[in-house]
Design a binder for this molecule. Structure first.
Ligand SMILES: Nc1ncnc2c1ncn2[C@@H]1O[C@H](COP(=O)(O)OP(=O)(O)O)[C@@H](O)[C@H]1O
Ligand SMILES: N[C@@H](CCC(=O)OP(=O)(O)O)C(=O)O
Length: 371
C-alpha cells in the first residue's frame, strides 16, 4: 500500500498557478474537477483539508486590473476581494457533491501562539468530524510579511503539523520536482522519490517560478521537510494530471514522493518525551495507573487525585502514581485551573461543573507516553 492510499487524513494544497487562469481569475473547471475528486476521497472515508491560493489573482481579475500589483496594501485589497470569489467557487463546486465547506483564514501568528494554535486545531478537527471540507488560505488582509514573502506551501505544511495529517499533497503546474527548474533546463531529470529534508533537494529548487505563484519549488521542498517533522509524507504533483487525487489514493505513483522517516504518532510521542520544561503534575490513583499501564487507556478525570502547578490546555504534564513516581507524560486537554475542578468526577459531570466540555479525557491515549 502506498502512503497516500493508506493515509486517513490528507492536506491538499493547490497553488496560485493552478487555481487561476494564468493569473486572470479562477479556473472554475479545475476547481470543479478537484471538488469531484475530493468528494470521492471523502466517500472512501478520508478526511481532507484543502489549502487553496488564488485570492490575489481572483481579486486582480474582479477589480479589472491587468496584473498583480506590487504594493502590499493593494495586494491585500485584491486578496480581500478575491477571497469572496474563491469561497463562492469552492462552495458551489462542493455542493454539487453534497459536501459542505468552511472558510478558514490563518496567519503564521496563529500557529505560533499556543492558545490560538489549539483553537485552530480543535475547530479544524471538529469540522472534519462533521464531514465538512475546510478551505484554508492565509489571512492576507491582516498580514504583511506573508503576502510579501510568503507562500501557501508553508501554510500547507503548518496545517499538516497542526492536524497531524498523514500526507500533504501539493498540486502545482509541474509534474513534480526536477533536478533543476524545467522551464530553464530542458535536460533536468525528474525525481520520483526522495527523503524529505535532504539538503540536495533544496539546491535543485530555484526561486519563485511563475509570475502568478509565490514560492516556486523551493518552498515546496521546505514544506515537505516541515511536514515530515510530524511524520507526514509529501507528494508534489501536477494538478493538471487527470484524476490526480483519486489515482494517488488508488496507489498510483504520480509526482514526486518525499517521505518522512517517522510516523505521525511516533513523531508526537518523541516530542512529548523530549520536552524539557514541564510545569504541571497530575497525580492519579492505582486504578487509573493500572488502566493506563495494562490496557493503554486514556486518563479520565475520575482517576485523578491531585493537580500540581499551573499549565494551560495543550501543555505536557507529568503523570504520577500513588507511589509518587512519574510513570507517564502526556498532553493535557484542560488547563490546570479547570482540571482541578473536575478531578475525581465522572465524565458525564464535566460539562455541568465547567460549563463546557472539550474532551472526555484529561489526557487522551494518543497523546500519552508511558515511561
Ligand atoms: N527543480 C524544480 N523542479 C520543478 N519546478 C521548479 C524547480 N525549480 C523551480 N521550479 C519552478 O517552480 C514553479 C512552481 O512554483 P509556483 O509558481 O510558486 O507554483 P504554485 O503557485 O503552485 O505554488 C514551476 O513552474 C517551476 O518553474
Ligand atoms: N494567499 C495568497 C496566495 C499566496 C501564493 O501565491 O501562494 P502559492 O500558491 O504557494 O504560490 C492568495 O490567495 O492569493
Amino acid at each position: 500500500m502506498t502512503i497516500v492510499q493508506s493515509a486517513h487524513r490528507l492536506v491538499i494544497k493547490v497553488g496560485s498557478s493552478l487555481v487561476t487562469n494564468e493569473g486572470r481569475g479562477l479556473d472554475h473547471h479545475a476547481l470543479a474537477r478537484w471538488a469531484e475528486e475530493i468528494a470521492e476521497l471523502a466517500r472512501q472515508g478520508k478526511e481532507v483539508v484543502l489549502v487553496s491560493s488564488g485570492a490575489v489573482a481572483e481579486g486582480v481579475a474582479r477589480l479589472g486590473w491587468s496584473e498583480k500589483p506590487s504594493a502590499v496594501h493593494e495586494k491585500q485589497a485584491a486578496a480581500a476581494v478575491g477571497q469572496m470569489g474563491l469561497c463562492q467557487a469552492y462552495e458551489s463546486a462542493f455542493r454539487q457533491h453534497g459536501l459542505k465547506t468552511a472558510q478558514v483564514l490563518l496567519t503564521h501568528d496563529d500557529m505560533a501562539d499556543r492558545t490560538r494554535y489549539l483553537n485552530a486545531r480543535s475547530t479544524l478537527l471538529t469540522l472534519l468530524s462533521f464531514g465538512v471540507i475546510p478551505i484554508i488560505n492565509e489571512n492576507d488582509t491582516v498580514v504583511t510579511a506573508e503576502i510579501k514573502f510568503g507562500d501557501n506551501d508553508t501554510l500547507g505544511a503548518l496545517v499538516t503539523n497542526l492536524i497531524e495529517g498523514d500526507a500533504l499533497i501539493i498540486l502545482t503546474d509541474q509534474k513534480g520536482l526536477y533536478t533543476a527548474d524545467p522551464r530553464s533546463n530542458p535536460d533536468a531529470q525528474f525525481v520520483n522519490q526522495a527523503i524529505a529534508g535532504m539538503p540536495e533537494l533544496e539546491a535543485m529548487a530555484g526561486g519563485a517560478g511563475s509570475s502568478v505563484g509565490t514560492g516556486g519549488m523551493y518552498t515546496k521542498i521546505v514544506a515537505a521537510k516541515r511536514a515530515a517533522r510530524s511524520g507526514a509524507a509529501t507528494v508534489i504533483a501536477s494538478g493538471r494530471e487527470p484524476q490526480v487525487l483519486t489515482r494517488l489514493a488508488a496507489g498510483e505513483p504520480i509526482g514526486t514522493l518525499l517521505i518522512s522517516h517517522t510516523t505521525p504518532l511516533a513523531a508526537k510521542k518523541q516530542w512529548i518525551v523530549d520536552h524539557l520544561q514541564i510545569h504541571g503534575r497530575v497525580h492519579v490513583d492505582e486504578g487509573a495507573r493500572r488502566a493506563m499501564l495494562d490496557k493503554g487507556s486514556s486518563l479520565l478525570p475520575i482517576g485523578v487525585t491531585e493537580i500540581v502547578g499551573d499549565f494551560p490546555r495543550g501543555e505536557i504534564v507529568r503523570i504520577v502514581g500513588p507511589d509518587g513516581l512519574e510513570f507517564a507524560r502526556g498532553i493535557a486537554n484542560y488547563p490546570s485551573k479547570d482540571a482541578k475542578r473536575i478531578l475525581r468526577q465522572p465524565t458525564g459531570q464535566i460539562e455541568a461543573t465547567l460549563g463546557y466540555i472539550d474532551e472526555p479525557e484529561l489526557v487522551h491515549r494518543d497523546n500519552l507516553v508511558l515511561l
